[in-house]
Design a protein around this ligand. Sequence first.
Ligand SMILES: C[S@@+](CC[C@H](N)C(=O)[O-])C[C@H]1O[C@@H](n2cnc3c(N)ncnc32)[C@H](O)[C@@H]1O
Length: 460
Amino acid sequence: MSAVHLKKGEVIDLPIRRIGINGEGIGFYKKQVVFVDGAVPGEYVSARVTEVKKRFAKGKMLRLKKRSSHRVRPTCPVYRECGGCRLQHIDYPMQLRLKRELVEEAFSRYTSLDSLPIEETVGMDRPRGYRNKAQLPVRWKSGKVRMGMYSAGSHRLIDYHDCEVQHPETNAVLKAARQVLEELSIPIYDERSHRGGVRHLVARYAFDTGEAQLVVVSRDSRLPREKALVEALIRRLPQLKGIILNVNPHRTSVVFGENSRVLWGKEKVTERLGDRIYHLSAPAFFQLNPVQTEKLYDEVKKAANLTGSELLVDAYCGAGTIGVWLAEGASKIVGMDTVPEAIRDAEYNARQNGVKHAEYYLGAAEDLLSAWVDRGTEPDVVVADPPRTGLGRPLIETLTRVKVSRFVYVSCNPSTLAKDCDQLIRGGYSIKRVVPVDMFPQTSHVESCTLLEWTGSGSN
Ligand SMILES: C[S@@+](CC[C@H](N)C(=O)[O-])C[C@H]1O[C@@H](n2cnc3c(N)ncnc32)[C@H](O)[C@@H]1O
């Protein structure tokens, strides 16, 4: 990567070669890297330089001089402002190819591997309407309750219409809830003064069972007219099976607070994946794209290659979904998560699915696994599905110490995945397979399932 000597305001013509992790086109001008929003690899564009850093510049596209045959017209009316579906201007087969390239690029940047067994991205037949959950901030403005997404990189609300990647039922629940808040004049949170009540609406929809859950996140532990609120919601939304009030009194951008109360109906929503049933509390993590989750978990199953005798660790287990999916193959499953509701859901889900050989623990994977290994426990297979920040050094050190025969790394962030894999390779693991899975069509996010095996040599 060459140092950048472009000037702000300069107009340049350049070819676009790749996409970046935020979906921008990456072009090269006299070997200097220039990010151009909305440009597609294979295109040739004219751009004005808007920002200059040491290693890269940013440019605003002025003219398309050569158009990619993969460019399509985005269908969402707020595609530009929202910034969620950053790849909506690229056809779906090309999106899948570019996501594979993003994973490949991360590995080539952060590891010294010459070649990598990266498979084709596992895509969807219908890459819209796939999300089962939406959480939206609400605000009071000009006598109306407004609800929407934050525009990219700011706290400016873009009014929510029908989001194309959401399931229509989550859209319906959110829109009706907004309307009811307005009709009943329920107090709405004011971010600046930290006063008022409702700050977020969270809707979750179970594709298989058709159950919907609404969480009203409020600064206060009680809302005025709670009874009327519940009555109005259940009258309009027959798919609703539970209404939860979550209390978040903190000045924070974190959505959920620690305490919840059921206002009406069930505490958990029930979803089915394959022949497994999962019960999900409001704060517990559940994959957002249930159609692709089955494919992702099948990849995990293939990679774990259990024979019935293994001790399986499901680190970052959430509601226990992966362990339960793999249960028949393991002699024992041990799961761990930092969210108390997730651990309770995991225990419940194991029981409901007839899994008797699973144990779940509340705590950080890096602490618990290390402590078990110190006490002599030897897991055979570890599955880890961490947040975007990745595994962290303590867990990597434990994995290096314990030398598991198979480590299956499910990641939603190619950069942290590749960095962590680099450490694991130095510690004696080898990468056997990387499968990108498209959990978030139209966006630049890419999930992947990577199989590492202990070989002691750290090569492939
Ligand atoms: C990406 S989710 C995966 C959940 C689950 N495996 C699934 O497929 O639904 C990550 C999970 O890690 C949990 N978590 C975050 N930090 C953790 C840590 N240090 N140790 C254990 N779990 C953690 C979160 O609560 C969340 O449930």
